[in-house]
Design a protein around this ligand. Structure first.
Ligand code: HEC
Ligand code: HEC
Length: 390
C-alpha cells in the first residue's frame, strides 16, 4: 500500500511538471509558427484581384477552384509566376546597363566590379577581402554599413524576393522600423502574422500593432531629424521589366548554390551585421554606425554558438521571416532560398557544434555496448538465481 502511494505521488509530480510546466515553457518561449514560406507569398499580400489583368484573374479563379486555396494565396502564386516569367525573359543588355546604378555601392567580384582604393595593394595582400571591404566602406562614407557583394545574390536569394528587394528593400525585408511607411506596413504584418500563427489573439495582435506603430513613428521622427536614410535606396523608378532585367543580369554572374560553400553564403548574407568569431568571420560594418542605423543598443549577436542557444527548428522559421518570432525586430528578412538557408544552418551547426558527427558516431557504439552489457547481466542474474533456487 505504501509503495503504491509513493508511486502515485511520484506520478502526480512528474505529470504536473511534464504536462503542466514544460509545454507552457515551450509555447511561451517558442510559440508555434507556420513553417517557413519559401514562396514569400506575403510580398503580394497587399495585391487585390482587381489589380491583375484578365488572364491573371482567370488564373487566380482557377487555382481557387481546383486547389481549394484562398484567393490571397492564389494571387501570390500568380504574381510569383508572372515575375519569374519576366526574369526568364529579362533583357540582359538593359540589365547590365541599369546595374551601373548599383555598382556605385555594390561589388560584384564575379563580374570584376571591385572597388579598392589601391587595387595593387589589395591584390598583393593576404587580407585582400578586408582591404576591399574597407575601401568600399570608405567610399560609401558615413553610411558605415558595407553593401553586400552581389556576385552570388541571384543564387542565394530567392529570385522573386530579390526582385522585390531591389524594388523596395525595406518593404520586402520587413524592416518595419526603417521607413516612413511603417504605419501602413506594421498593422498589415501583424494581421498577416495573426492569420499565420493563431497564437496571437485578436486583442493582443491589435494592441501590439498599435503599440508598434506608435513606437516606430516616434523612432522615425527621431531618425528623420538626423537626416535618416534607408541605406539600400528604393528603386521605385524601375518598372517590373527593368527590375527583371537586373535580376537576369545578376543571374548570369552567380554560381549555383551547390557550388558555393556554406561559409561563403553566410558571409555574403549575414556578415554585414554579424560576426562568427569562432570561425574568424568578422562583422564588416562600423559598429557605431550599425547600431544607429538599426536603432539597437547592442550589436547583433555573434553567430558562433547561436545554433546551440536557439536550435535548428527556430533558425529555420526565424531566418525566413524574423518578424514571426521577434515582432518589430531590426533583423531584416534577407530572403534566402531554401537551399541557401539549409547551407547557412549547416554552417552554423558545424561552427557551433563541431563535434556533433563524432558524438553521434560514439553514440551508436555506446548503444551497442549497453545492449551487450544488458544481455550479459541478464545471463549472469539468471545463473545466480538458478544457484539460489537449488
Ligand atoms: C547608396 C548605395 C546603394 C545603392 C545605389 C544600391 N544599394 Fe543595394 N544595398 C545597399 C546597402 C547599404 C545594403 C544593405 C542594406 C541593409 O542591410 O539594410 C544593400 C543591400 C542590397 C541587397 C541585399 C538584400 C538582402 O536580401 O540582403 C541587394 C540584393 C541589393 N542591395 C541589390 C542592389 C541593386 C540590384 C541595386 C541597383 C538597382 C542596389 N542594390 C543599389 C546599398 C546600395
Ligand atoms: C542588417 C543587419 C542584419 C543582417 C544582414 C542579418 N542580421 Fe541577424 N540580427 C540582426 C539584429 C539587429 C539582430 C538582433 C535582433 C533582436 O534582438 O531584435 C539579429 C539577430 C539574429 C539572430 C538571433 C535571433 C534571436 O532570436 O535572438 C540570429 C539567429 C540571426 N540574427 C541570424 C542571422 C543570419 C543567419 C543572417 C544571414 C542569413 C543574418 N542574421 C543577417 C541584424 C542582421
Amino acid at each position: 500500500m505504501k509503495n503504491i502511494k509513493i508511486v502515485l505521488v511520484l506520478i502526480l509530480f512528474v505529470g504536473f511538471t511534464y504536462w503542466g510546466i514544460e509545454p507552457y515553457a515551450h509555447h511561451v518561449f517558442n510559440p508555434a509558427v507556420k513553417p517557413a514560406d519559401f514562396e514569400f507569398s506575403d510580398l503580394y499580400a497587399q495585391r487585390t484581384i482587381d489589380t491583375l489583368d484578365e488572364a491573371e484573374q482567370g488564373a487566380v479563379k482557377e487555382i481557387v477552384e481546383t486547389q481549394g486555396l484562398s484567393e490571397r494565396t492564389a494571387i501570390a502564386k500568380v504574381e510569383r509566376s508572372r515575375i519569374k516569367g519576366l526574369i526568364a525573359a529579362g533583357d540582359l543588355a538593359a540589365g547590365t546597363e541599369t546595374f551601373q546604378v548599383c555598382a556605385s555601392c555594390h561589388n560584384v567580384e564575379s563580374a570584376g566590379i571591385i572597388f579598392a582604393s589601391d587595387p595593387s595593394e589589395a591584390a598583393a595582400s593576404v587580407d585582400r577581402d578586408k582591404l576591399i571591404a574597407k575601401s568600399r566602406l570608405d567610399l560609401v562614407g558615413a553610411n558605415g554599413l558595407l553593401p553586400p557583394d552581389l556576385s552570388n545574390a541571384a543564387s542565394i536569394y530567392d529570385e522573386v524576393f530579390l526582385l522585390e528587394a531591389i524594388r523596395d528593400y525595406s518593404a520586402a525585408s520587413w524592416m518595419a522600423s526603417h521607413t516612413d511607411r511603417q504605419n501602413e506596413l506594421i498593422p498589415n504584418k501583424v494581421k498577416e502574422l495573426k492569420d499565420a500563427n493563431g497564437s496571437l489573439g485578436d486583442e493582443q495582435a491589435l494592441s501590439t500593432a498599435e503599440e508598434l506603430t506608435q513606437k516606430s513613428i516616434a523612432s522615425f521622427n527621431e531618425k528623420a531629424m538626423s537626416n535618416y536614410i534607408m541605406k539600400m535606396p528604393p528603386n521605385s523608378w524601375m518598372d517590373d521589366a527593368q527590375l527583371a532585367s537586373v535580376v537576369a543580369y545578376l543571374k548570369t554572374q552567380a554560381k549555383p548554390v551547390s557550388e558555393l560553400t556554406p561559409k561563403e553564403i553566410t558571409i555574403s548574407a549575414c556578415a554585414r551585421c554579424h560576426s562568427v568569431s569562432y570561425d574568424k568571420v568578422e562583422m564588416q560594418a562600423d559598429a557605431q554606425a550599425l547600431k544607429e542605423y538599426l536603432g539597437i543598443d547592442a550589436l547583433p549577436p555573434d553567430l558562433s554558438m547561436i545554433i546551440r542557444s536557439k536550435g535548428e527548428d527556430y533558425l529555420r522559421t526565424f531566418l525566413n521571416d524574423p518578424q514571426k518570432h521577434l515582432l518589430g525586430t531590426s533583423m531584416p528578412r534577407v530572403g534566402l532560398s531554401e537551399e541557401a538557408q539549409d547551407k547557412v544552418i549547416a554552417y552554423l551547426d558545424q561552427v557551433g557544434d563541431p563535434k556533433k558527427g563524432e558524438r553521434f558516431g560514439v553514440g551508436a557504439f555506446f548503444v551497442v555496448y549497453f545492449l551487450l552489457l544488458s544481455v550479459l547481466a541478464y545471463m549472469w542474474k539468471h545463473n545466480e538465481f538458478e544457484e539460489i533456487g537449488k
